[in-house]
Structure formats: C-alpha cells, structure tokens
Design a protein around this ligand. Structure first.
Ligand code: KPL
Length: 301
C-alpha cells in the first residue's frame, strides 16, 4: 500500500465495482472478512468483459501503511465493525468515504473519525458473480460531499478521479439532503417489496399502490418537520420515477430477506422513526413495516 492507495473495505458488489474501475487510475486494495481470488472479472454495463488482478486480502491482514482514502462499502449494519477492524490495522488516518444507504452510519462516523469524512450516494447498479467477478448492471451517478462542509476540495478531487476511472461522479454541497432523498426512496420501496416478496414494478399495482402512497405521505411529513428540502419533482413523483426505472429489480432488502441476511432496516427506517418521534409525528405504516422487518409481525396481505 502506498500513500496514493484507495483501500476499499467491503468486497460486495459496490466495493468490487469501485475497485475494478479505480484500479485503472490509482493503486487499489480490496479488503473483507475473507480473501477473494485476486483475479476478478468486470462485466461492464455495455456487456464487455475484462479481468484484472486486484490486491485482495483480509482486513485483519492489512499492512499498516496509511492509504489516501478508505472507502467503506459494507452494508450499513456492518460499517462500524468494518471501520474499527480497518483502523485498528492502519498506522495513520486516511480520508474516510462512506457509501452506506440510509442516514445512520454517516453522522456517527463523521463525529468519530479523526480525519476528513466524505459521504457518497450512488445510483450505480451492480451485482456479484460469485467470488470471481462483478456485473455492472446499470450506469448511474455518484454524488460526493461532506456533512461538515469543510472538505470541498477533497470531494472535487475524488469526483474527478471517478470521472477518469469511467464512473460518473459529482461533488455536491448538499450531500445530507441527497442522502435523505435516497433514504426516502428506499423507505417507500424496500420494506414493502421485502415484506411481500415482489419486484419493484409490482408496487404500481393493487393492492400495493395505496400502501406506497401512505408511506410516502408519512415520509414527506417527517421530512417537512425536519426541514429537509424536498426533491424538485416532489416526493411522490420521485418515488414513482425510481419504481419505474427499477421496475424489474429485486430491491436490496428483498434480496437480503430471501437470502436470510440481516436487512438495512435500522439504517433506513431508524432515522425516519426517531425523527418522527422527536417531532411527535404518528407513523402507523412505517412502524408496522419496521416491526415486520424486525421479525415481530408475520406476513399477511
Ligand atoms: O436502491 C434500491 C435498493 O434496491 O436498495 C432501490 C432504489 C429500491 C432499487 O431497487
């Protein structure tokens, strides 16, 4: 590892996607709880295939040299532990980049990390192909910003680097708002599709459509109380636009439920429910989905 290295901790679909693109322009190291084969294949969104050797190792075996950037690309619930494991190995303080969904990990690690902390919100679509590769399912856009509004040059540097590597990215000064917008979309789509085990597009049909509408109403009320700037389209149009654009997708939370993995319930619904509680807002629909995902309610139609 040298002082230009980008260390990516969390070798799931997003981590591997970033590694395969960034490795064209900077030294990259990919770390996880277990070792992946060094030879990784990227199937691009255009359908071409390319392979490369990546430095892939276990977090517990990371060398002490401090990378320039530490990208945390784990699921939200695994981020704190991954951060601790990586930082315990490094001798210095890298710039930390948080790629998690929701708005739970970001404020906590922003306070805790002694160096600069950037947040990324991406619409890149990817899935893993076993241990050996990643498919770039759909091209998206990544917004990069920092909650403290102190690191604009670093955000621009990183966005430019992603551009050189072939991934569209933009430095923004309102990343908090963008994270809340993504959280709102995730809250309106993910718990319902996970509960009813349906693809995103089926939310447009009965009996799901009115359920989505009720969730959007609750989310919009919470956002207004918290002074989150609404999307230019409005909350309803934003959600339905994403549903249409991802109609054929099995959302990440549905994939987690099917695979018996933990879900990002706490990172997505947690900030909404605690904000609602603080403002005295009733959230019967969000709360019921939260209880279902926590395992307290059995599925019913
Ligand atoms: O981000 C997503 C996810 O799957 O987590 C959505 C927008 C719901 C697309 O499937």
């Amino acid at each position: 590892m040298n002082d230009q290295t980008h260390l990516i901790v969390g070798p799931g679909a997003l981590g591997r996607l970033l590694a395969m693109y960034l490795a064209d322009v900077v030294p990259v190291m990919l770390a996880g709880r277990r070792t992946l084969p060094a030879e990784q294949t990227l199937t691009t969104a255009e359908g071409t295939c390319r392979s490369r050797q990546l430095a892939a190792l276990e977090v517990d075996r990371l060398p002490p040299e401090t990378p320039a950037f530490l990208h945390l690309t784990t699921k939200a619930y695994a981020a704190e532990a991954a951060y601790e494991a990586a930082m315990a190995r490094l001798s210095g303080t890298p710039t930390l980049v948080l790629w998690q969904n929701g708005y739970q990990v970001q404020p906590g690690l922003d306070r805790r990390h002694p160096g600069p902390v950037l947040c990324a919100s991406t619409t890149e679509g990817a899935w893993v192909k076993g241990d050996k590769g990643v498919t770039h399912a759909g091209r998206g856009l990544t917004y990069i910003g920092d909650l403290a509004h102190r690191h604009a040059p670093l955000c621009h540097e990183l966005a430019a680097l992603f551009g050189q590597a072939g991934l569209a990215a933009k430095a923004v000064d309102d990343i908090e708002t963008r994270l809340w917008h993504k959280l709102a979309v995730n809250a309106a789509i993910n718990p319902l599709v996970a509960r009813f085990r349906i693809r995103n597009g089926q939310l447009r049909d009965r009996p799901f459509r009115p359920m989505v509408e009720r969730i959007i109403e609750e989310v919009a009320t919470i956002m207004t109380a918290e002074d989150i700037v609404p999307p230019a389209l409005g909350w309803h149009a934003l959600v339905w636009q994403v549903v249409a654009a991802t109609a054929n997708n099995r959302a990440s939370m549905l994939q987690d439920v099917i695979a018996g993995r933990p879900t990002e319930r706490e990172a997505i619904l947690g900030p909404l429910l605690s904000t609602a509680h603080r403002h005295g807002i009733a959230t019967p629909n969000l709360s019921e989905l939260d209880r279902f995902l926590a395992g307290d309610v059995h599925p019913q139609r």
